[in-house]
Design a protein around this ligand. Structure first.
Ligand code: SIN
Length: 288
């Protein structure tokens, strides 16, 4: 099977054109997709009118799936492999627990000891305009740092928190954030990770990082802010405008992403995500 690929941006991403992910696929056929995934870091499949079961089945080709024990409120009641990302209110009219999911630069499950290999997000409903997602190439972010900065961050660990740092979410966030903090103690992750399959170094930072291990928040903040700003320079980023039935898979080991709140919240934005388990990384943070 020769893949028909179209680049999405200079920094990262490719669309796999004309492929139905619900159709049977040989090992060799999937191998080509996986090689493209490693090369382009994010892959887009358009017009995938698939079921939840098919979403799960295709995701399993990438590896074992997370059952989202770290985010129990957010998973689908009958399909624990599916994480809901929706602003659809609950049946009693209360705001959705996942209304603000992803509204800060992050790599999925970085606040656990098994950060994700990759995620597959399926778009079921998008607002008339906006609700885009931005992706940053963290290989480029690392490789374009000066040698001095590379030396400075080489041994650093960032303390990753679950829940939000930036959004004062009094509407939906209090029970969810408390529960997340109880289940997920802060985790120290290396600021530079070596991708286990490509061997390339990537920056592993984001807005869930509160401070560096062994340093105060005040000391850490300027460098965290610098590294996030550097990694999200326009030349390292792709901004995806969703269409219904898009499926996007990204490599969490060398990208980070941000769900934008640039839309009319009275309109439905409904996405569903599977999360592929990665390899163990990091340690529970001491004295966090
Ligand atoms: C996520 O962070 O997994 C969700 C991203 C999005 O909703 O665009």
């Amino acid at each position: 099977m020769a893949l028909n690929l179209r680049k999405l941006s200079h920094a990262l991403g490719a669309e796999v054109c004309g492929l139905d992910v619900s159709k049977p696929m040989s090992e060799a056929g999937f191998g080509e997709i996986y090689q493209a995934f490693l090369r382009y870091n994010i892959l887009l499949f358009r017009d995938q009118n698939i079921t939840r079961e098919q979403h799960i089945e295709f995701s399993r080709r990438f590896g074992e799936l997370d059952r989202h024990d770290a985010l129990p409120r957010d998973r689908h009641p009958r399909h624990p492999e599916i994480l809901m990302v929706t602003n659809e209110p609950k049946p009693d009219g209360a705001p959705s627990d996942t209304k603000y999911t992803g509204r800060q630069w992050h790599s999925d499950m970085s606040f656990t000891l098994v950060p994700s290999l990759g995620s597959l997000l399926r778009c079921l409903s998008v607002p008339e305009v906006g609700g885009d997602t931005m992706f940053a190439n963290m290989y480029l972010a690392y490789e374009t740092l000066s040698d001095g900065m590379k030396r400075l961050i080489a041994g650093l660990h960032g303390i990753h928190l679950s829940g939000t740092r930036k959004i004062a979410n009094t509407e939906t966030g209090v029970p969810r954030a408390e529960e997340q903090r109880r289940i997920n103690p802060p985790v120290a992750q290396p600021v530079v990770r070596v991708h286990p399959e490509t061997g390339r170094k990537a920056l592993y930072i984001g807005e869930k990082v509160k401070r560096f291990e062994g340093m105060t928040e005040e000391e850490s903040k300027p460098l965290i802010d610098y590294l996030v700003a550097h990694a999200t320079r326009p030349e390292f980023v792709y901004r995806h405008r969703w269409r219904k039935d898009d499926v996007m898979v990204w490599d969490n080991r060398c990208t980070m992403h941000l769900a934008l709140g640039d839309f009319d919240e009275t309109q439905l934005r409904h996405m569903e995500r599977t999360t592929v388990l990665g390899t163990p990384s990091g340690r529970v943070a001491q004295g966090a």
